[in-house]
Design a binder for this molecule. Structure first.
Ligand SMILES: *[C@@H]1O[C@H](CO)[C@@H](O)[C@H](O)[C@H]1NC(C)=O
Ligand SMILES: *[C@@H]1O[C@H](CO)[C@@H](O)[C@H](O)[C@H]1NC(C)=O
Ligand SMILES: *[C@@H]1O[C@H](CO)[C@@H](O)[C@H](O)[C@H]1NC(C)=O
Ligand SMILES: *[C@@H]1O[C@H](CO)[C@@H](O)[C@H](O)[C@H]1NC(C)=O
Ligand SMILES: *[C@@H]1O[C@H](CO)[C@@H](O)[C@H](O)[C@H]1NC(C)=O
Length: 577
């Protein structure tokens, strides 16, 4: 590895996550040593190609000179969150296979003594990286913790592994001003330079019930001053892990670096909403002169588009100059209990890295697994032009379906039988999916995949679509992941989660779905990546070779599998240095 790395060039990005005090309490709430079912601790449920450290609790990722660097919140002491979190550090040449290094940043100075929380990396004009991260400090003499922003630079920028980071003595570089809530002040973004040459970065904050992205400016990256007005704010409560980046014109899949910020027509502002554990974004216009951002759709801050309607939080993007793309990565929590996590010895994975770009319509982002993931595909199965009749299901024969990549295009011959859409569900796809789960018959749909299913179907997770018809005659397309039957184990979080898919996608009578299955992960991309849903499940029977894949149709209208290809997925390599 070292020789590959030495030859490599890079650029880097990085990431982070923070947990609110609320989240911390939830996780630390001591749970009695209730019996943990052995199925939960089974190595069969440990992911094969989704990134996770060998043990313990993690979240968060970056890229520099030919190497992808993943930084993540990592607790060296156990699979739960506490004040010892450090920045774990792994590197990769391909975003698929990883080598874990020593933690990059650990508590060592007054201003991060009680935790090194999320932050971001910035590649400076001289091609060296800078990390700005939130440190937890404590008021002398009492137990009040507060948040500041610190900077770290590589000790030796010629070391492509960037193993050691130094924290200059002038830290912290940003402390909360007296008018700010110092416990709601975190997760600095990647920095960019404005037309006036000053550097800018954003810090997440809450004022009353308002989530805010504060703007800080600096000429020397040591002294930072807050702009009078936030970049943007909304009455959503705290914004964690803000992410702000330019996108290329609608329909172009190219990514843009933040250095193009002043010229890009459109920007994306993402915030992570604690309490809801949602990552929501708007698309809008950034004025580089005033440092104000205005969403195109003013209701977008409330009627939220989410990167993912399942388990996906504290995500961050980075620009990958090697492939001119922007890559999004989210932290994925477990859906079992903290007790089970303690018994397993690990908790938290990363989603598959996803390329993101602005959809041709300009109203939403599109996400797609980075192409490198396809290098793991083996044992291909193909099914074409097969009709799945009302109430029927068919099995897709695979050697082993517990670790797979499935791409399918469904054809709906006719939408006449679509159920009427009740507009009271307009802003709540999840509620609709809870009323109309995978087993509730319908007109057009529910149809889709049963994944990680036992042969007798006692265990199965449904990833499916259902088509409704609105009063104006337009189709409304719902995409759901129904995990209520995913496991015989009780004591698991088994939700139904859902999002709408822009209905112009079914104009031609076709709907596509791609699902990445990885033992306890089901990561789905509807309509070419317009709506995404990640679920965590813990089957007891449907593991290893006992996990099966089916296509089902519980709607009255027959559905055709136009084309389906399923691959088994090899394990990714993961080594410790
Ligand atoms: C801790 O000290 C600060 C500064 O003196 C004070 O504002 C705060 O109220 C104190 N907190 C507690 C819990 O005593
Ligand atoms: C910096 O890293 C380069 C490349 O690994 C190495 O050749 C050099 O000796 C290092 N310099 C120091 C001062 O450690
Ligand atoms: C700061 O935020 C916390 C968490 O929302 C809240 O409990 C606290 O009351 C806030 N403090 C002030 C001074 O607004
Ligand atoms: C992560 O999942 C565990 C287990 O379901 C839960 O106890 C915890 O609250 C979750 N943490 C966050 C930050 O969502
Ligand atoms: C592919 O299928 C063959 C049997 O046809 C099996 O031996 C092999 O293990 C499978 N490969 C994977 C990665 O599952």
């Amino acid at each position: 590895m070292a020789s590959h790395v030495a030859g490599a060039l890079v650029s880097l990005l990085l990431l982070q996550l923070a947990v609110t005090s609320h989240g911390v309490r939830r996780i630390l709430a001591s749970e009695a040593t209730a019996a943990v079912p052995p199925s939960i601790t089974s190595p069969e449920l440990r992911t094969g190609y989704h990134f996770q450290p060998s043990k313990n609790w993690m979240n968060g990722p970056m890229y520099y000179r030919g190497l992808y660097h993943l930084f993540y919140q990592y607790n060296p002491n156990g699979p739960a969150w506490d004040h010892s979190v450090v920045w774990g550090h792994s590197v990769s040449l391909d975003l698929v296979n990883w080598m874990t290094l020593e933690p990059a940043i650990s508590p060592s100075i007054d201003s991060d003594k009680f935790g090194c929380w999320s932050g971001s990396a910035t590649i400076l004009p001289d091609d060296t990286p800078m990390i700005v991260y939130t440190g937890i400090n404590r008021i002398q003499g009492n137990n009040t913790f507060y948040q500041v922003q610190n900077v770290a630079y590589p000790k030796n920028a010629s070391d492509p592994l960037l193993r050691e980071w130094v924290k200059p003595s002038y830290n912290p570089i940003i402390s909360p001003e007296a008018d700010l809530n110092a416990t709601q002040f975190r997760d600095p973004t990647t920095a960019w330079q404005g037309p006036d040459g000053l550097w800018r970065l954003l810090v997440g904050n809450e004022k009353g019930q308002e989530g805010r992205a504060l703007v800080y400016r600096s000429s020397n990256r040591k002294e930072w001053r807050r702009a009078e007005e936030p970049l943007h704010s909304a009455m959503t409560a705290m914004w964690e892990c803000p992410d702000f980046f330019p996108v290329a014109d609608a329909g172009s899949e190219d990514g843009l670096d933040v250095t193009s910020s002043r010229d890009a027509a459109k920007h994306v502002l993402k915030s992570s909403l604690p309490f809801m554990w949602n990552d929501c974004y708007t698309i809008g216009t950034y004025d580089a002169g005033t440092d104000k951002y205005v969403p195109d759709d003013p209701s977008g801050d409330y009627n939220r588009r989410r990167y993912d309607y399942g388990t996906f939080y504290a995500s961050k993007t980075f620009y990958d100059p090697a492939k001119k793309r922007r890559v999004l990565w989210g932290w994925v929590n477990e859906s079992d209990t903290a007790t089970a996590d303690a018994a397993k010895g690990w908790a938290g994975i990363q989603s598959i890295p996803r390329k993101v770009w602005l959809d041709a319509g300009g109203k939403q982002l599109v996400q797609w697994p980075v192409e490198e993931v396809e290098s793991l595909r083996v044992n291909q199965t193909t099914v074409s032009e097969v009709v799945v009749k009302h109430g029927k299901h068919i099995e897709i024969e695979m050697y082993e379906a517990c670790q797979a990549d499935v791409e399918v295009v469904f054809e709906i011959p006719c939408l006449n039988k679509a159920e009427p859409f009740d507009p009271s569900f307009s802003n709540d796809a999840e509620k609709l999916c809870n009323v109309k789960g995978a087993d509730v018959g319908g007109g057009v749909g529910p149809f889709g995949l049963w994944v990680l299913a036992s042969s007798d179907l006692e265990e199965r997770t449904a990833v499916f679509f259902r088509v409704f018809r609105a009063y104006d005659g337009k189709p409304v397309l719902l995409m759901c992941s129904d995990t209520t039957r995913s496991s015989l184990s009780t004591d698991l979080y088994k939700p139904r989660v859902a999002g709408y898919v822009d209905a112009d996608n079914i104009a031609d009578g076709k709907i596509s779905l791609r699902t990445l299955i990885d033992r306890s992960v089901i990561e789905s991309f509807g309509a070419g990546g317009k709506t995404c849903i990640l679920s965590r499940v813990y089957p007891t029977i449907a593991t290893g070779r006992d996990a099966h894949l089916f296509v089902f149709n519980n709607g009255e209208e027959d559905i055709k599998i136009k084309h389906l290809t399923a691959w088994e997925m090899n394990n990714a390599h993961s080594t410790d240095q």
